[in-house]
Design a protein around this ligand. Structure first.
Ligand code: EPU
Length: 337
């Protein structure tokens, strides 16, 4: 049995059958021989609701190499490198572009899986390609950005969680840097005469630290739910009933701020056992110490029901929830054994 508590940031005391550390592309090819397996990075977006009857596979490939070209940089990064450390490394080299994504927990290999994003930027904007081993065939592939099917917190890797073991991520970062201050919380920086990537990183660090709990201090898995996307028509109906509704237009549809919906229901600070809605950001659930899988399921369902009753909107978990047999498809139906 392999204890999972220190391998996922929500830190529930559950166990996997075993672990397999992949340190080379050659080793990645033998994952196909495992019966039941789950690929895990730093576990900052994964929550083990139950013991897991299978082997945890970890990509332990590290290293950063880079090449400066006339128009920008090409950077190849091993999957196990820490995302935040990598962003800081780019800034020390005066490579600008990833600064809005500073302080996101997790590994570089996990970044493309759910197309991490924050403060107006998604990582897919900077990924040139992803190197991964196709587990069934054992073949190495370099998957171009356009083939990764990136969208909001989604990719080909997330849609096919047992198919690909990511070994490296290739970034293309242009020298024609443009600060991205589109997110309302960063708009104040527009008033400055000159703005640096470092200043943006500092501002993002300050905002994140003020409302998002540090997983090393208060166990959590970041945003627990996705921000739901509704049609323009549905949005118009909602805004009539809830004039203060916070939403952002995305390609004709509207992405609703799920944290706002949950806060309106007075659920900040609500707990089921030791699993609680964070008191500064309602989209984040925290483990106050001894949360169990049942506590998480109960709080998740309570929030989903209350949001649906009041707003007619269904919240889907953003966190990858893992049960006894692996990824849980429908959290509303899962029963712990
Ligand atoms: N809001 C509330 N109450 C709350 C939380 C949010 O009213 O309790 C309001 C805020 O005031 C703001 C709006 O909702 O007007 C959006 O909130 P915020 O800027 O905190 O961002 P979010 O939509 O809740 C998303 C990402 C975060 C990312 C931030 C910043 C998702 C699921 N989450 O959260 O990503 O850091 O934007 O870009 O898209 C993560 O994925 O784990 C994560 C933390």
């Amino acid at each position: 049995m392999w204890p999972l508590a220190s391998h996922h940031s929500f830190k529930i005391n559950n166990y996997a059958s075993d672990v397999f550390n992949v340190t080379s592309v050659a080793e990645a090819r033998s994952v196909a021989n495992l019966d039941n397996y789950l690929i895990l990075g730093e576990g900052t977006n994964t929550l083990f609701i139950d013991n897991y009857d299978g082997v945890i596979v970890k990509s332990c490939i590290t290293g950063i190499s880079y090449e400066e070209k006339k128009s920008g940089w090409h950077i190849r990064v091993g999957a196990q490198e820490n995302w935040h450390d990598f962003v800081v490394w780019t800034l020390t080299k005066n490579i600008c572009g990833l600064e809005n994504l500073v302080l996101i927990p997790g590994s570089v290999g996990a970044a493309p899986v759910q197309n991490i994003g924050a403060y107006g930027v998604e990582v897919s904007q900077y990924i040139q390609s992803v190197e991964a081993v196709h587990i069934d065939t054992g073949e190495s592939h370099t998957i171009a950005n356009t083939e990764c099917e990136f969208s909001y917190r989604d990719s080909i890797f997330k849609k096919n969680p047992r198919s690909w073991l990511i070994t490296h991520v290739n970034f293309n970062i242009s020298k024609a840097w443009q600060p991205n201050l589109s997110y309302p919380a960063l708009a104040d920086l527009n008033n400055q005469t000159s703005i640096s990537a470092r200043a943006i990183a500092d501002a993002v660090t300050a905002i994140r630290s003020s409302k998002l709990p540090n997983p090393n201090e208060i166990p959590n898995a970041g945003s627990f739910f996705k921000n739901p996307v509704v049609s323009a028509e549905r949005y118009q109906q909602l805004i009539e009933d809830f004039p203060n509704l916070i939403a952002f237009e995305v390609g004709g549809d509207y992405k609703l701020a799920a944290g706002w919906l949950i806060e309106q229901l007075g659920l900040k600070g609500t707990c089921c056992g030791d699993c609680c809605v964070h008191d500064k950001q309602a989209l984040v659930l925290v483990n106050r110490g001894n949360a169990t899988g049942d506590n998480v399921l109960a709080l998740c369902r309570l929030i989903q029901q209350r949001v649906e009753q009041r707003f007619g909107v269904i919240l889907e978990p953003e966190v990858r929830m893992i049960g006894r047999n692996g990824l849980i498809d429908d959290i509303t139906k899962y029963q712990r054994s």
